[in-house]
Design a protein around this ligand. Structure first.
Ligand SMILES: [Zn+2]
Length: 396
């Protein structure tokens, strides 16, 4: 079943043809008309009510055809301006938050998420090693002033979760005017130090986009992670993060629960964030999420939750036919490049579907145990696709 994704034009998205979302939407749908001045932020693939996919042949929504919801939501993101600093609650917290404040926490589900870079991708992920944070606070004196000598001394004497929490809480609960002054002082007097620490570009960019926002100072506390295409990060419950720049595919449990802490005009739930977030420092490279390689063609990103996994299929153009073993769960395939004929079983019998960049296909349970990628004529380009599915790899 071929699908059309649901495009979201949030203002933080990349503009016009620079957006991977716009490029893929155009390639998917000949009727898609590109506006060069419009932001194209996200494309959703799945059954989530806020952006359900459409079945191309009939125009029906995917949830109506399947008569059920998929446990995961698959997306392409194209980011020009930082998304908010956030954590996602675990299942118990999500249930409680939804019950107490349904207007903010809209469903009772957790939202672990996996982002795989399509272009060079920049994100803040988890706290830096605590001793590095202490060194930054020393080097950038306006921060020492803001957080206060006592808390900073404790951070040096006991570089652990408690003292990190004490300092971060001081930062997050400072008055807006005090925060704005601190950012201004650093901006004015610490350009050289920012540059030496490779923070100058990111500091200036987010300070321009979110002037005076406490999130600007979070770059001294959180790891700056740079991903190359194919590299991934996994955000489990209560792991603090913010996506800053680049294109990625993203897969997550079907939920929209976000506890925000900065870089946003939206509601910041600082109390809940401090209560939930994991105060554990760790090196940036430890944040990379490494896929499991099946063979020369296929690797699988297997997160520690049941809701979803992502399969990467990269077939050399010299390979004639590639057979992929799958299990009987509904999956969604997104083609990013090259061309192949997808041969699979459906409830109406065997079917061939031509895949090119932008193709989105729902792979039904009847397709198990095997789908085939048959070489298409006159194509000298290697084939690449990502497939979102239920995480049956955990059972194996
Ligand atoms: Zn998130």
């Amino acid at each position: 079943m071929e699908l059309t994704g649901w495009v979201k034009n949030y203002e933080w998205g990349r503009v016009g043809i620079n957006s991977a979302v716009a490029q893929l939407a155009m390639a998917n749908d000949p009727d898609f008309s590109l506006n060069e001045k419009e932001s194209y932020a996200e494309m959703w693939m799945g059954t989530h009510l806020c952006g359900v996919s459409i079945v191309k042949e009939t125009g029906e929504t995917l949830d109506r055809v399947l008569k059920k919801d998929l446990p995961y939501l698959f997306k392409v993101l194209s980011i020009k301006k930082a998304l908010s600093i956030q954590v996602h609650p675990n299942k118990c917290e999500a249930e409680r938050l939804h019950k107490d404040r349904p207007e903010i926490y809209k469903d009772p589900n957790h939202k672990p998420e996996l982002a795989i870079a399509l272009t060079p991708f920049l994100a803040l992920v988890g706290f830096r090693p605590v001793t590095d944070i202490a060194d930054f606070i020393d080097e950038f004196q306006p921060l020492t002033k803001l957080i206060g000598k006592e808390a900073v001394q404790q951070l040096h004497a006991y570089p652990n979760a408690d003292s990190l929490k004490l300092c971060y809480e001081k930062l997050m609960k400072s008055d807006d005017a005090v925060i704005a002054k601190c950012i201004q002082d650093i901006s004015k007097n610490y350009q050289k130090e920012l540059k030496e620490n490779e923070l100058l570009d990111v500091f200036n960019t987010i300070n321009k986009d979110f002037q005076g926002d406490v999130g600007v100072l979070s770059i001294f506390f959180l790891n700056l992670v740079r991903l190359q295409p194919g590299q991934a990060i996994y955000l489990g419950a209560n792991e603090i993060h913010a996506y800053l720049d680049g294109d990625c595919v993203e897969c997550m449990a079907c939920s929209d629960n976000v506890i925000r802490a900065g870089l946003t005009p939206k509601y910041k739930d600082v109390e809940q964030l401090i209560a939930s977030v994991i105060f554990q420092g760790g090196a940036a490279h430890s944040k990379l999420f490494v896929p499991y390689r099946i063979d020369d063609t296929v690797q699988v990103y297997v997160p520690p939750v049941d809701d979803f996994a992502v399969i990467n299929v990269a077939i050399k153009h010299t390979v004639d036919t590639y057979k992929l073993q799958i299990q009987a769960f509904g999956s969604i395939l997104l083609c990013l490049g090259g061309s192949r004929t997808l041969r699979l079983n459906t409830k109406d019998g065997a079917k061939d579907i031509t895949l090119t960049r932008g193709s989105i296909v729902y792979i039904p349970v009847e397709a198990a145990p095997e789908i085939e990628f048959v070489s298409a004529e006159d194509c000298g380009e290697d084939f690449t696709a990502y497939i979102a599915t239920y995480n049956y790899f955990r059972l194996a």
